[in-house]
Design a protein around this ligand. Structure first.
Ligand SMILES: Nc1ncnc2c1ncn2[C@@H]1O[C@H](COP(=O)(O)OP(=O)(O)O)[C@@H](O)[C@H]1O
Ligand SMILES: [Mg+2]
Length: 367
């Protein structure tokens, strides 16, 4: 099985006055795992349904490989689909469910038996063919849905929140299984999720959607380290936002004031900003919780930020400290669990330092 590229250009969909998808352009490479990530209502399902052919676009074009499929019927697009709810036929055995797309395509009987066995083996359910869906666990049912979507060897597989109904542990296990399967088969996957951890775990690239538009597309690391907008910084991973005023910007770097809370110094102007900030400019800074270091009294003469530990949350592999700055901002700091270390306690005064390269700077446009 080989993947096919998928390209959407200027793609839009209106439902009456609602613009569910707005002039979207995305190029998915052959064999790529692309996630569509965004909050509920951002247009993910609508986009997927248009690619599958179940919704007609109001504008724009869709190509699969070198074929324009914008007006091609769904069953002629050669796309596999898996939905959040398993949508297995409850009265059919597992084997018959998986055989269904082959029967629709009038594949001969002996060939069907062979391909169904292969597809069930692929999802490690070779001994379950005779059962009914109701005799399987949720995870097993979802694997049957994956087998059914792959049995006709489509070059493109679309998945709409396929693990949404499963509990966390099973979901994480299935994420890895689906990812392995996709790698092995080389199939192109477009995967819808509103779960940023899932998108970070599975994807070659992530397309972040917001209000029917593409906010940013890139590798998980690129989105995490260099979010283009505060929305992406907030939606992918956890982040702290700080309102700041530029104090100075010169050869020795940039200094931002945070009112009573202190200051943040950057060694150089962030390359993502369209122009260097000028003194007096209001900016929005974003800092990941794991990038901040906590200093205890005596560690430094003049820590840039000072605050009081308001809460310490133990999460097993790490701790989250909620630190209230003098100006009132509540900062999340995450530190790995190191059993030799004495951690600050609730109520303790601490300093915070943030490495220069860990600070994302955005113009202070409310968004
Ligand atoms: N059949 C429909 N009729 C009217 N509005 C719809 C329909 N389907 C989706 N929408 C609207 O389009 C927007 C995008 O929905 P959807 O694609 O389902 O988002 P997501 O999958 O990201 O949650 C939402 O505002 C939703 O209410
Ligand atoms: Mg949806």
């Amino acid at each position: 099985m080989d993947g096919a590229s998928v390209s959407v250009r200027g793609l839009g969909k209106r439902y009456g006055a609602v613009r569910a998808v707005k002039g979207l352009g995305i190029e998915v490479c052959s064999g790529e795992f692309l996630s569509l990530l965004g909050p509920s209502g951002s247009g993910k399902t609508t986009l997927l349904m248009m690619i599958a052919g179940f919704e007609m676009p109001t504008e724009g074009a869709i190509r699969i490989g070198d074929r324009d499929v914008t007006y091609v019927a769904p069953n002629r697009r050669n796309i596999g689909m898996v939905f959040q709810r398993y949508a297995l036929f409850p009265h059919m055995t597992v084997a018959d469910n998986v055989a269904f797309p082959l029967r629709m395509r009038k594949v001969v009987k002996a060939e069907i038996a062979r391909r169904v066995a292969d597809a069930l083996a692929l999802v490690q359910l070779q001994d379950f063919g005779k059962r009914l869906p109701s005799e399987l666990s949720g995870g097993q049912q979802q694997r049957v849905a994956v087998a059914r979507a792959l049995v006709f060897e489509p070059p493109v597989l679309l998945m709409d929140e396929p693990l949404g109904a499963l509990d966390k542990k099973l979901r994480e296990q299935m994420q890895i299984e689906i990812k392995h399967l996709q790698r092995r088969l080389g199939v192109t996957v477009i995967y819808v999720t509103h779960d940023q951890e899932e998108a970070l775990t599975m994807s070659d690239r992530i397309a972040v959607m917001r209000n029917g538009s593409l906010e940013q597309i890139g590798s998980p690391i690129a989105l995490y380290d260099n979010p283009a907008t505060p929305f992406v910084a907030d939606f992918v991973g956890k982040t702290n936002f700080l309102e700041a005023v530029c104090h100075s910007c010169n050869g020795t770097g940039l200094e931002f004031g945070l009112g009573q809370s202190g200051f943040i110094h950057l060694k150089e102007c962030p390359p993502t900003l369209p122009s260097p900030p000028r003194p007096g400019d209001k900016m929005r800074l974003a800092v990941r919780p794991e990038q901040i270091r906590i200093l205890r009294p005596g560690d430094s003469d003049r820590p840039p930020l000072n605050g009081v530990v308001e809460a310490v949350i133990f999460v097993g592999s790490f701790r989250t400290f909620l630190v209230r700055l003098a100006g009132g901002e509540l900062i999340h700091v995450q530190a790995g669990t190191d059993h030799g270390m004495a951690y600050p306690q609730e109520g303790e005064r601490v300093g915070l330092t943030i490495p220069s390269q860990a600070v994302q700077v955005f113009p202070d446009r409310r968004q």
